[in-house]
Design a protein around this ligand. Structure first.
Ligand SMILES: NC(=O)c1ccc[n+]([C@@H]2O[C@H](COP(=O)([O-])OP(=O)(O)OC[C@H]3O[C@@H](n4cnc5c(N)ncnc54)[C@H](O)[C@@H]3O)[C@@H](O)[C@H]2O)c1
Length: 336
């Protein structure tokens, strides 16, 4: 257990039921699929507390369902004495945390992430969001959970595709950090356990605590994501987020090598790491210059100059460039 400077306490606890039991007044927002798979362990912790089941599809992380959750809180006469406990993947914790951040100007928030990505990424760093008018995560808040409780046993029911999403983010933070965790991940394929989860959380937490409101250092966490986002959009979201980010990491490695920011040895090591974690995917779509341009332009993070995160020999860095320069680089490397 440790605290970080942006006030989220992360607890690794297989006896998580006791921690929930000790919360005096609570309301639950629970991922419906997770609930149905784990009824035997979830129903006993609910007692008579109110719970809202959420159908966790990306298209449902929207304003209509946000209003539905807030209406549920109001109907159940939830007040600021309550803890809002969100149990689920990143979709559920994103919308549930956003509701917690605005209901009665903010309620106490506890997260029990149930996906690998949720544990190491979505529940860490205090970003909450819904998608709005076709733009992903365009409306939200910065609101740190009071507690994040990690129970890696939840991951036993997670489909392989969801594990890939988590590994892509895990490998990403190791590459950003460039220290012992990267050495450990690169030595041989690690099994997913509390050590892996806690190391990945520490790296994200450390970066977020230096830049809680995403003005500078947090941009490093976008490694592979600008290209990943292009892949997601052009595939009409048929290529998963994790796979898209993995392709993004490969494209960025190619750009960094071609532009002379990394040696051939570092480039090869990045590709070997992606392959070790079965993240070595090929980009299969023909992409026009203008499509890449439009997608990057629409991305809320990109104004006149965009920040592309590139690899350096030991870590990563932000390279500012015009959209045109970024598109030319990405277009050149997206098929390699
Ligand atoms: N707030 C942040 O900083 C942040 C960071 C990264 C991603 N996100 C957001 O997180 C979302 C993606 O989260 P995700 O990858 O966890 O996906 P998710 O929430 O969609 O969960 C993936 C699928 O797995 C199911 N599921 C959840 N737990 C399960 C379990 N233990 N066993 C079996 N099935 C389970 C869900 O019902 C869903 O169908 C995106 O909306 C993204 O924008 C937010």
């Amino acid at each position: 257990m440790y605290n970080d400077s942006i006030a989220t306490e992360v607890i690794f606890e297989h006896n998580w039921e006791d921690l929930i039991d000790n919360i005096p007044t609570k309301v639950f927002v629970i991922d419906k699929i997770f609930f149905n798979l784990h009824r035997d362990i979830i129903i006993p912790i609910l007692n008579n507390d109110p719970y809202y089941l959420f159908d966790a599809k990306e298209s449902d992380k929207n304003i209509t369902n946000l209003i539905d959750i807030l209406s549920f809180f109001q109907k159940e006469e939830i007040n600021r004495a309550f803890h809002i406990v969100c149990i689920g993947g990143g979709i559920t914790t994103d919308i549930g945390s956003f509701a917690a951040s605005i209901y009665m100007r903010g309620c106490k928030l506890v997260l029990l992430p149930t996906t690998f990505l949720g544990m190491i990424d979505a529940s860490i760093g205090g970003k909450t969001a819904i998608n709005f008018q076709g733009i992903k995560n365009n409306v939200g808040s910065f609101y740190c959970a009071d507690q994040v409780i990690i129970n890696s046993k939840f991951l036993e029911s997670l489909p392989k595709l969801e594990l890939i999403n988590g590994w892509a983010e895990c490998v990403k933070v190791a590459l950003i950090d460039g220290n012992n965790f990267l050495t450990k991940l690169s030595a041989n394929k690690q099994k997913l356990d509390d050590f892996i989860i806690s190391e990945a959380i520490k790296i994200k937490n450390d970066i977020c605590s230096q830049d809680p409101f995403d003005n500078e250092k947090r941009q490093l966490l976008n490694l592979g994501h600008s290209v990943g986002h292009i892949i997601e959009v052009i595939s009409n979201f048929s290529i998963s987020h994790g796979k898209s980010v993995a392709i993004g990491l490969k494209v960025i490695a190619g750009i960094s090598y071609a532009e002379g920011f990394v040696s051939q040895s570092r480039y090869n090591k990045i590709l070997k790491l992606l392959s070790l974690y079965e993240l070595d995917f090929k980009q299969q779509f023909e992409v026009d210059y203008s499509i890449i341009y439009d997608i990057l332009k629409q991305d809320k993070k990109n104004r006149k100059l965009m920040s592309l995160v590139l690899f350096s020999e030991k870590s990563v860095f932000v390279q500012k460039m015009t959209l045109e320069e970024a598109v030319a680089l990405i277009k050149k490397h997206i098929y390699n």
